[in-house]
Design a binder for this molecule. Structure first.
Ligand SMILES: Cc1cc2nc3c(=O)[nH]c(=O)nc-3n(C[C@H](O)[C@H](O)[C@H](O)COP(=O)(O)OP(=O)(O)OC[C@H]3O[C@@H](n4cnc5c(N)ncnc54)[C@H](O)[C@@H]3O)c2cc1C
Length: 455
């Protein structure tokens, strides 16, 4: 092993879920950190607290069950040694199978742990450009202003992705293929789509449920974007009984093999990943509450037992065109960059991962990898058979369709060859494999001393 270099100071920009985890991991490796955060003097429209790692919406870090991919991701992060998970476990409140936290207790714990670390200097600053020298940018999905402009320039890309709507994604094996059929409109494009056919009665019942379903609140700052830029499927449906039947649910060019006829309406599902394990509901960007999405969208023939890997959502979300620009260790070394910068990393929701835990997981890998680069150690890249490695592979890898932010899900995790394809066995095999890989990888890292125990 080469002689470790004397660690220089690393800069972390943004003390959100990702930035806090990254700063902790750097310090854990003995690397001094300057953590720059614009709060409390300046806040995005979604942030209200003065503390770090603020949960901008729900207080839930979602399922803690290993059979749920985000539960598995959390367990891997505990195994690898995570500040965010240590704080969340300490501040847990009862929430069934989910890991929900006392919001103030959680952010207060993370903030105190970072302030107590002698290697971390925290400074209030509104950062306007990518710092020189070893750095991690973790300024979140609401990054804007001069820093966003500088990132655009660095990426050599027209603009940062911006979307205000996403359609739900379901797992392929939860679609009932005795009802849904594979085809493309007018036979152009092979069997690219899964098509869920509706007769008139099914359509009328679905339409009635859609237009009366409960929608989620939208933050004031997002309202302009929602109503100017795109049209939620329920809003379109509210314009008239047939509007969506001439829009996303149009049946033309499709023949249901069960009847030999064109259905009254069709919901199309488009492949969302190269492995064909995920499908999105085409044109179904929505702001229905999640429980309403489950109730109403499961009325679609073929989707009665659909498992939602990601719910449709509408909010502002700025993220990088990461594939080809970020590597699997979250460094800015991808081949599509005009100038690579091995000492620059990005982390958090802005890289294209979606969710609190996923954001923290990328901070964990970015922090470890910047530290290892400074210590002249090999990159630390968990394989895609782990949830954490599957997410970094998603962010950095090639895409068969448009790149959109992604939650942890079993569709992304790659089980080693030769494992059973039966769904229950596959999930069990994945859990076993991922936790065993995480345990052996943890041995490559410095010992984890929980920073929250001493508080
Ligand atoms: C409105 C909204 C609601 C969401 N709700 C949920 C939810 O309920 N559950 C869920 O799992 N995910 C949710 N997300 C998605 C995502 O998980 C969160 O956005 C998460 O906080 C992302 O973590 P992060 O560390 O990448 O960014 P953030 O947590 O946003 O942290 C970024 C930090 O950088 C600071 N910063 C920004 N710009 C600068 C600058 N120029 N200089 C210095 N500091 C700066 C900010 O003040 C902030 O502290 C939501 C996102 C949004 C926008």
């Amino acid at each position: 092993m080469p002689e470790p270099a004397v660690p220089t100071r690393a800069v972390v920009v943004g003390a959100g879920l990702a930035g806090c985890e990254a700063a902790f991991q750097l310090a854990r490796h003995g690397v001094p950190v300057l953590l720059l955060e614009m709060k409390p003097g300046r806040k995005t429209p979604a942030h209200h607290a003065d503390t770090f790692a603020e949960l901008v919406c729900s207080n839930s870090l979602r399922s803690d069950r290993l059979e749920n991919a985000v539960g598995l991701l959390k367990q891997e992060m505990r195994t690898l040694g995570s500040l965010i998970l240590a704080a969340a476990d300490r501040c847990r409140v009862p929430a069934g199978g989910a890991l929900a936290v006392d919001r103030d207790g959680f952010t207060g714990t993370v903030t105190r742990a970072l302030r107590a670390d002698p290697l971390i200097e925290i400074r209030e600053a509104f950062v306007e450009s990518i710092p020189d020298g070893p750095s991690i940018i973790a300024t979140g999905p609401l990054t804007e202003g001069p820093l966003a402009d500088d990132i655009v320039q660095f990426l050599g890309y027209g603009s940062l992705h911006f979307f205000d709507a996403a359609a739900p994604i379901v797992s392929a094996d939860s679609v009932d293929l005795s009802i849904a059929f594979r085809a493309s409109r007018y036979g152009k494009g092979g069997d690219d789509y899964l098509n869920c056919p509706m007769d008139e009665a099914e359509y009328l019942a679905f339409h009635a449920a859609l237009v009366t379903a409960e929608t989620a609140d939208i933050h004031d700052f997002d309202k302009g974007a929602v109503f100017e830029g795109c049209m939620p499927v329920e809003t379109m449906a509210g314009r008239g009984l047939d509007t969506i039947r001439f829009g996303p649910l149009k049946p033309v060019g499709l023949t249901d093999p069960r009847t030999g006829r064109t259905p009254y309406a069709v919901v199309q599902l488009r492949q969302d990943d190269a492995a064909r394990s995920l499908y999105n509901l085409v044109g179904f960007q929505t702001r229905l509450k999640q429980k309403e999405q489950m109730r109403v969208f499961r009325m679609i023939p073929g989707l009665a037992h659909a498992e939602f890997e990601r719910f449709g959502a509408m909010h502002r979300n700025t993220y990088l065109p990461s594939p080809g620009r970020l590597a699997a260790d979250y460094s800015a070394t991808g081949p599509l960059l005009p100038n690579v910068r091995p000492d620059l990393f990005f982390a958090g929701q802005m890289t294209g991962v979606e969710g609190y835990v996923e954001s923290a997981s990328s901070g964990l890998l970015a922090g470890i990898n910047l530290a290892r680069r400074l210590l002249v150690l090999d990159p630390f890249v968990p394989p895609p058979s782990t949830a954490i490695g599957a997410l970094s592979a998603y962010v950095s890898g090639e895409r068969s369709s448009a790149f959109e932010p992604m939650n942890a899900n079993f569709g992304l995790i790659r089980v080693p060859e030769g494992r059973s394809r039966r769904k229950d066995d596959k999930v069990r095999a994945t859990i076993e494999e991922s936790l065993s890989v995480a345990t052996s990888l943890a041995a490559e890292l410095p010992p984890f001393r929980s920073p929250v125990d001493a508080l």
